[in-house]
Design a protein around this ligand. Structure first.
Ligand code: ATP
Ligand code: MG
Length: 291
């Protein structure tokens, strides 16, 4: 599988016929090993940096990358590796945990809306408003502890939230924010291995949280919630990528390929210098060399 094809292989842009079980968490395409993929990943990282420079200079588009996953699927590592080459000035990462009191005073899109990337920038959401149809759906007590008026919480609440999200993302896309959403698809078996490593290896102990085990017990409910979420919110202008996450090196390669493909599709270019600007540059140069 060529690197260009990776982005397409795992893309879901319509919910029709979407089944999570059609996606294998251990898939590595035709890529045999980490060493094999390393060179392609490095190329992807370099390419992203070049494109980001143009994105910033052109100052028209914004790119929003959303990462959702079960615990230990590798969100943090992905964000660290894939973005390693880029200019921090044009990129911002936000992590969304359980909402604060202030955040609960507002609608469920409020806190993430405040963190959307400006034109010319790349924004990364480590978790997002999608938690509102995941953890909140799996644990209905969270829904009742939010401050939405009870009469507005009916049996269509999840369909309503999907609709709100679809409309919001369409609005953003129409304004020039390009949205790409990643579900890092780790298997239950691999999650167990990673949790065990967190318990056994002292330098990984800090990553372990008892809450992770409690959420693991709801694995089936989460898989259903993820499947419905993707089926209901996959769109041409805001596609999901169901990225195999049992092999971290492959996850990184796929995410990097998607970012490069997306930026490439925007026809990015440095702003053209018009006559007035050229004159200004020439005058500045004259002044500089004359002194
Ligand atoms: P890591 O474990 O790698 O540090 P994390 O993203 O898992 O990163 P945690 O602090 O472990 O961070 O978990 C954040 C928790 O906040 C998750 O369990 C997530 O489901 C929860 N959360 C996020 N958004 C909401 C929300 N809107 N309502 C309730 N819980 C939420
Ligand atoms: Mg966690």
């Amino acid at each position: 599988m060529k690197i260009e094809k990776l982005a397409k292989t795992f893309r879901v842009e319509s919910g029709k016929h979407f089944r999570l079980k059609d996606f294998d968490p251990a898939d590595t395409g035709h890529w045999r090993s980490k060493e094999h993929a390393e060179e392609a990943l490095q190329r992807g990282i370099l390419h992203t940096a070049e494109l980001q420079d143009k994105l910033y200079a052109q100052d028209r588009w914004a790119l929003l990358l959303i990462f959702q996953a079960m615990d230990a699927a590798g969100k943090d590592g992905i964000i660290k590796h894939v973005m390693s080459g880029i200019n921090p000035q044009g990129c911002q990462v936000f992590s969304f945990k359980a909402p604060s009191d202030l955040e609960l005073q507002h609608d469920f899109l409020w806190r993430t809306t405040r963190c959307l990337p400006e034109r010319g920038h790349i924004g990364i959401f480590n978790r997002s408003y999608y938690e509102e149809v995941l953890v909140v759906r799996v644990h209905p007590t969270i829904l009742t502890s939010q401050k939405t008026p009870p009469s507005l919480i009916g049996k269509h609440i999840w369909q309503e939230r999907f609709e709100d999200i679809r409309c919001f993302e369409q609005h953003m896309a129409r304004s020039g924010t390009v949205i790409r959403k990643f579900f890092l698809n780790v298997s239950k078996k691999e999650q167990k291995q990673r949790f065990l490593a967190r318990l056994d290896e002292p330098e990984k102990n800090w990553k372990f949280s008892a809450a992770d085990i409690r959420e693991r017990a709801c694995w089936g409910d989460y898989q259903e919630a993820y499947e419905e979420m993707i089926a209901n919110t996959a769109a041409k202008n805001a596609p999901w990528y169901v990225v195999p996450a049992d092999n971290k090196w492959f996850t990184r390669l796929v995410v990097s390929a998607v970012i490069v493909e997306t930026l490439n599709s925007l026809d990015l270019a440095y702003p053209k210098v018009d006559d007035a600007k050229r004159k200004e540059l020439e005058a500045a140069k004259k002044l500089l060399v004359s002194k």
